[in-house]
Design a protein around this ligand. Structure first.
Ligand code: MRU
Length: 345
């Protein structure tokens, strides 16, 4: 399924406001860097690759409005815009990767006029989106090989079309297997506290007729014990050089459960998610979100006023628990340190 998670036209970026799903399907028009910062921060647009794409588009739109005729001044303004958007969320490396690409494409072209630089930025943002779409397809083809007819698959959070410009990373192999007529059953963790699994993954999969069953996060062990899960596939927000992988909070727990039940645990990601500058997952910045995301459910308060709460939005799964990575360049097995280095060359 192709969902237009991020689009661009007439000096605006259009996103699906994911905070309103599944109740309401609404397109939000973003005109400024401040509006995009808010949209990323509030998870109106979310999922590692989608955040990068949206930010790149916002840079292009913002810089299109620049009134300077001086290329040096233009570069300085661009630097400010990218620095600002980089402060929206810390964990998904795809954001920084995309902003970096936007800066690099103009840096290589110092002698160009402002008009030419604007055109380069527009083209680069478009390329980032199109490349992501192609990477999703490649991930889907690579991961499909792991899915047998009749398989039960557990996934966590949403790493589908809503998280990318294509049809997702973790959900891509599921879509390809479904397209090929394999009978598969997907179990979607609801993914507390913001329910990306229940609200987004179930919505996406139901839309195309994939057999999907919602479970709450604390049901995963029981469902595994009942023999309903043959493999787990999740996405990632950042993969360190040794293969440690950050993803939505709860992923580490699912990986431990999979190991305890002898179930293979796969993480799917595109090249933009790999961060070889970090030797291991210990250095991945983990976003901490407001405690109200935990003390309320929807708009209903579920904990006493004054409750102390801690709300890390991501965790890091140690590479030892990961059976293989499903990437746009095929499957990657341990030893990860060597194989990821090779992947990047
Ligand atoms: O907080 P979110 O909804 O942006 O978290 C999203 C995830 O953790 C996804 O699994 C990850 O970004 C991979 S998306 C292809």
């Amino acid at each position: 399924m192709e969902i237009k998670t991020v689009e661009m036209g007439d000096g605006v970026v259009r996103i699906i406001d994911q905070t309103l799903l599944p109740g309401k399907y609404e397109i939000r028009e973003i005109k400024t860097k401040e509006e995009m910062w808010e949209a990323i921060k509030m998870l109106r647009v979310r999922g590692a690759p989608a955040i990068g794409i949206a930010a790149a588009k916002a840079v292009a739109v913002e810089m299109l409005r620049s009134e300077t005729r001086d290329p040096d001044e233009f570069h300085r303004e661009l630097e400010k815009v990218t620095d600002y958007l980089a402060t929206s969320r810390p964990t998904a490396v795809n954001l920084f990767w995309a902003l970096d690409r936007m800066k690099r494409v103009t840096r290589k072209s110092r002698e160009r006029s402002v008009e030419e630089l604007k055109e380069l930025l527009l083209r680069e943002a478009h390329a980032i989106l199109e490349e992501d779409r192609a990477m999703c397809r490649a991930i889907g083809e690579a991961g499909d090989a792991l899915i047998k007819d009749g398989a039960g698959i557990l996934t966590h959070c949403n790493a589908g079309g809503l998280a990318t410009s294509g049809f997702g990373t973790a959900l891509a192999p599921i879509y390809v297997a479904h397209e090929k007529g394999k009978r598969i059953r997907v179990f979607a963790d609801e993914t507390r506290p913001l329910l990306q699994g229940a609200r987004l993954t179930v919505w996406e999969l139901m839309h195309v007729g994939v057999d999907v069953t919602l479970i709450s996060d604390n049901m995963a062990a029981q469902v595994m014990k009942e023999g309903k899960i043959d493999l787990v596939i999740t996405g990632a927000d950042r993969v360190a050089a040794n293969g440690d992988a950050a993803n939505k909070i709860g992923t580490y727990g699912v990986a431990l459960l999979a190991r305890a039940h002898g179930i293979p645990f796969y993480i799917a990601w595109p090249a933009s998610t790999l961060d070889l500058s970090l030797v291991d997952g210990g250095k991945i910045p983990i976003e901490e979100r407001g405690k109200e995301e935990l003390t309320s459910f929807g708009n209903v308060t579920v904990a006493p006023e004054g409750t102390k709460a801690y709300c890390p939005a991501f965790d890091v799964t140690p590479h030892e628990l990961i059976t293989a990575f499903i990437t746009d360049r095929g499957l990657i097995y341990p030893p990860y340190k060597e194989n990821l280095k090779q992947f990047a060359t």
